[in-house]
Design a protein around this ligand. Sequence first.
Ligand code: NAP
Length: 310
Amino acid sequence: MSVIYQRVALIGLGLIAGSMAHAMRRAGLAGEIVGTARSAETREVAREIGLCDRIVDTAAEAVVGADLVVLCVPVGAMAAVAQEIAPHLAEGATVTDVGSVKREVIEAVGPHLPEGVHFVPGHPLAGTEHSGPRSGFAELFDYRYTLLTPPEGTDPAATERLKTLWEGCGAIVEEMDADHHDLVLAVTSHTPHLIAYTMVGVADDLRRVTDSEVIKYSAAGFRDFTRIAASDPTMWRDVFLSNKDATLEILGRFTEELFALQRAIRTGDGDHLHAYFTRTRAIRRGIIQAGQDTDAPNFGRAPGRKDGAG
Ligand code: NAP
């Protein structure tokens, strides 16, 4: 692969930015990678581990001369960062982000960007429950989807160039309308996270089942819930606050179905339960056939790298 951008500025140096830095280096996609983070501590760690070619103290400084700027901060912090960098962006630069919600980011970032700067929002559907500058790894995006949601009127050449970068990072790239993205992710990621948070909270409340029993006897289902529920609280708070409508819509449907299953259990309606579980089993098979998961233990991934989409 050859260099796609001469200078990439990573704003925020956590799991996603770190993984991008590793993946871009693996394929030689960036002439130079400049990074910055809010706290001196994160910047120091990033310097120590050589995460980027250069670490600077402010976002304003980081974007100078960059032909790609990637906003890798929580969704709720995007507007302030966009405001800070706007006067320092180079003519013709592309600004993108990796936020888990797209409509709110477009509304928060778009108005700050000057004429002559391209804005191509994005979302890699890959993540882990870990965060911070040490958590990234080059393989995170391999064979995972990255969705780009360019607003109407975006220069197709800017979108195409960013697509090439993500493909170089190992991702499969597709374009999607921002509102549709938010609905799809409410179903596939956001609501499941909320359910996991709830289930772990419920187990914690059940004092008749001791903590050690929960851990000792936890079957795969609950263990997966605890892994998901260990995700970064700031990131997930922002996801729910900014994808409110779609999440509430899906939660409403979820609650209705849950009540129906609850009634079936109470009334001993085995046919209902069996038919329901048969339908859901078919969905799982569909996911495997689409190549997005495997029947292999640990989903066929290296131990400790079981990932999910934010
Ligand atoms: P992370 O590891 O927690 O890193 C977040 C970075 O943002 C840190 O460098 C942090 O700086 C900085 N930051 C936090 N609050 C900030 C604020 N108010 N102003 C400026 N900077 C701030 O997060 P991540 O997992 O990489 O997530 C980054 C983005 O990717 C989020 O928008 C998230 O929705 C999206 N995403 C996450 C996943 C996932 O599974 N984790 C997947 C796909 C997309 P300090 O370290 O200095 O505090």
